[in-house]
Design a protein around this ligand. Structure first.
Ligand code: 9D3
Length: 262
């Protein structure tokens, strides 16, 4: 997988590519990374990449010619890679899109700055616009890193393959279970006993229930959109029956007594 990043701040990529899984993926040849400084493709003594917006308004707009020249250079390096623009107007990035992008031979990631890029560059050169969420950043670089990070870990062999189950349909529709490591008691707070028990089937059932309960409490939208396994259906039904019985017992006790002051 070839990543070519177009940015006016190529140094932002250095630490990202020099550490952790990204570094290992580069060393193993799973990915190949290049940052192109858009400023290197700007004309004139001052190599200006931005200009004032036609029609007025605050902020600056990225000029189309340096972006076009830099994109042409990137396409020499990665001929079969689509050109993606990181932009607040883009398609929302999610795990499914990460999986699709991971099938590509590479991608050219164009990072905007200022108020945005000249629309004619987008029309003529950009295959897809991607946003990483509904919040306002100062440029596309962090978005490009998010895309590269999420895509790289899906390339076979990049993770020790222990996570390959994540690429199946249950991938991103369930929150993770809680994790614990030593010590067994931290500030008086103990690790759930079942995890120390050595009963692998009990542990697996506890984790399934814990992940389901956390997802229900924090992201019920994920349970509505995803498929529930038989085990999860049984857990939800059991909780449902328990909640109903708690409610029935409360109703049986009659109305609240008077609160008595305050
Ligand atoms: C506050 C300025 N906005 C309205 C006038 C427009 C705007 C322009 C440029 C907002 C953000 C940006 C810079 N952002 C990105 O380049 C960007 C981004 C983002 O801000 N949020 C989520 N995903 C992305 S991907 C690229």
């Amino acid at each position: 997988m070839k990543f070519v990043v177009l940015t006016i701040f190529p140094e932002l990529m250095d630490a990202f590519w020099a550490n952790g899984i990204m570094r290992r993926a580069i060393q193993s040849g799973a990915i190949d990374t290049t940052a192109i400084n858009i400023r290197d493709y700007a004309e004139g003594r001052h190599r200006v990449t931005d200009d004032r917006p036609y029609g007025g308004g605050c902020g600056m707009v990225m000029k189309p010619e340096p972006l076009a020249a830099a994109t042409k250079a990137a396409r020499q390096m990665a001929p079969r890679a689509p050109t993606l623009l990181l932009s607040p107007q883009g398609q929302r990035f999610d795990q499914r899109l990460a999986g699709q992008l991971a099938q590509l031979p590479g991608m050219i990631l164009v990072c905007g700055r200022y108020e945005g890029v000249d629309e004619r560059f987008t029309e003529q050169f950009v295959d897809m616009e991607i946003s990483i969420g509904d919040f306002v950043m100062t440029g596309g670089e962090v978005g490009a890193m998010a895309v590269m990070d999420a895509v790289t870990r899906l390339i076979p062999g990049v993770l020790g393959n222990e996570d390959s189950a994540e690429q199946d349909s249950f991938g991103d529709d369930r929150l993770d279970t809680a994790h614990y490591t030593r010590p067994p008691a931290f500030e008086g707070d103990e690790v759930p006993e079942v995890l120390l028990s050595g009963h692998h089937d009990r542990i697996a059932r506890w984790r399934c229930a814990d992940a389901l309960l956390r997802t229900f409490a924090r992201r019920p939208d994920l349970l509505r959109k995803g498929r529930l396994s038989d085990e999860e259906m049984a857990l939800l039904s059991a909780w449902h029956r328990e909640i109903e019985s708690i409610i029935r017992e409360q109703i049986g006790r009659g109305p609240d007594p008077p609160s008595g002051g305050g």
